[in-house]
Design a protein around this ligand. Structure first.
Ligand SMILES: Cc1cc2nc3c(=O)[nH]c(=O)nc-3n(C[C@H](O)[C@H](O)[C@H](O)COP(=O)(O)OP(=O)(O)OC[C@H]3O[C@@H](n4cnc5c(N)ncnc54)[C@H](O)[C@@H]3O)c2cc1C
Length: 352
């Protein structure tokens, strides 16, 4: 391990699998855990000067690392701290997301309670506009503090700058790999009502209007029943959550899918209106209708026993076994419904 002037610990050949929820993948050639903004910029400089590829790691809950590992510098963002100024709450990027939600709910601040139980760090949440149970971080993000790898500036991006949409933002589309998220500021109304719009939550509470803490507990309980919490042990323990995004299709495409389903004797195709031109279809439904059941197994990879959308490492699975299962599912869904399923996790270290 080498130590630089400002205390940057540069490690070599660090196994990455333990730093991910899938527990898969080889080692990083170089690894730095940055606890300050200076360490982030110094690590970036080191990578640039030595022409190493740089991968920014958060909590590792939305990535699949290649079996060969990553032949560059992995920079884990570990900046800590939370500050509150009236409704504005700023969390440093390395704060654990679920602990941050608990902190806000504990202060009676509304707006992220339905996002309880999602693993990973705060800095990862704007990247794919994390969402669940009828809520997305884009609804409450006021600004995102970033380091711009292109201009080398520290910037404050507004919500509009981030161009949030379903599972996307500039961070994983137009400006992919350009910004390192350092902190996120949320605008959370004090004493606001919890958002109870999602079917599972409405059924859970019936006519009763719960408070924020009850909503958080309900979300965690429902997620637990679907193996969507990170827990130690069991067949479903190692996953990256939902492996596929719900496809968003045009009204015409949806009608085509309904027709295909009808010809196979399926009466109802679940579609959720996005706007007047498009609908979102449940990827889990497409997978199940294509013949894959909960707990389906292929080698050391499998589908969660509680949820067909999560691909799991059943123990010692390689990244290529996960990819084989992914491709099998994609081909079958394409063949049956002419819809392409897009993976949600980020692939790291794969050559193509
Ligand atoms: C059991 C389980 C359940 C899940 N449920 C949900 C869910 O309900 N909804 C949902 O949206 N997601 C869900 N996820 C996916 C995942 O938890 C989120 O996407 C999470 O926000 C990823 O954060 P992370 O810190 O783990 O990011 P990582 O996995 O470390 O990284 C993911 C991507 O974000 C980038 N990134 C991470 N941190 C930064 C940063 N500071 N600056 C710049 N880029 C960064 C990485 O480079 C990578 O491209 C689930 C995952 C699991 C394992």
């Amino acid at each position: 391990m080498e130590k630089s002037q400002i205390g940057l610990c540069l490690e070599e050949n660090v196994p990455l699998a333990p730093l991910t929820t899938l527990k898969i993948g080889g080692a990083a050639r170089f690894f730095v855990r940055a606890e300050t903004e200076n360490q982030v910029t110094e690590a970036f400089q080191f990578a640039e000067e030595n022409e190493f590829e740089l991968f920014v790691l958060g909590g590792g809950s939305n990535i699949l690392i290649a079996d060969e590992g990553f032949d560059g510098l992995v920079l884990q963002i570990a900046l800590k701290g939370i500050s509150v100024r009236e409704n504005l709450v700023t969390a440093q990027a390395g704060e654990d997301w679920d602990e941050f939600v608990a902190f806000c709910v504990g202060k009676n601040l509304a707006g992220i309670e339905c996002l309880s139980g999602i693993p990973g760090y705060v800095g990862g949440t704007p990247v794919q506009n994390v969402g669940a149970y009828g809520q997305e971080v884009s609804e409450t993000i006021a600004s995102v503090r970033v380091f711009d790898r292109k201009t080398k500036d520290l910037l404050e991006l507004s919500n509009a700058d981030c161009k949030f949409s379903y599972r996307t933002s500039i961070f994983n589309t137009t400006a992919q790999d350009r910004f390192i998220v350092l902190a996120v500021t949320f605008d959370l109304p004090a004493g606001g009502e919890p958002k109870i719009v999602y079917k599972d939550l409405r059924e859970f509470f019936g006519d009763r209007q719960p408070n924020l803490a009850e909503t958080r507990e309900a979300v965690r309980r429902i997620r637990g029943e679907k193996a969507m919490l990170v827990r130690q042990g069991g067949l479903d323990a190692n996953s990256a959550g939902s492996f596929f995004k719900n496809p968003v299709v045009s009204n015409e495409k949806f009608a085509e899918i309904v027709e295909i389903a009808k010809n196979s004797g399926i009466k109802n195709v679940p579609g959720f209106g996005v706007d007047d031109k498009s609908l979102k279809i449940s990827a889990a439904w497409l997978i199940e209708q294509s013949g894959f059941h909960k707990g389906y197994r292929k080698g050391n990879a499998g589908l969660s026993t509680k949820h067909t959308l999560a691909l799991t490492n059943r123990g010692n699975a390689s990244a290529s076994e996960i990819l084989d299962l992914m491709v099998e599912i994609q081909l079958k869904v394409k063949e049956n419904f002419r819809v392409e399923l897009k993976p949600e996790p980020v692939f790291v270290g794969f050559k193509n």
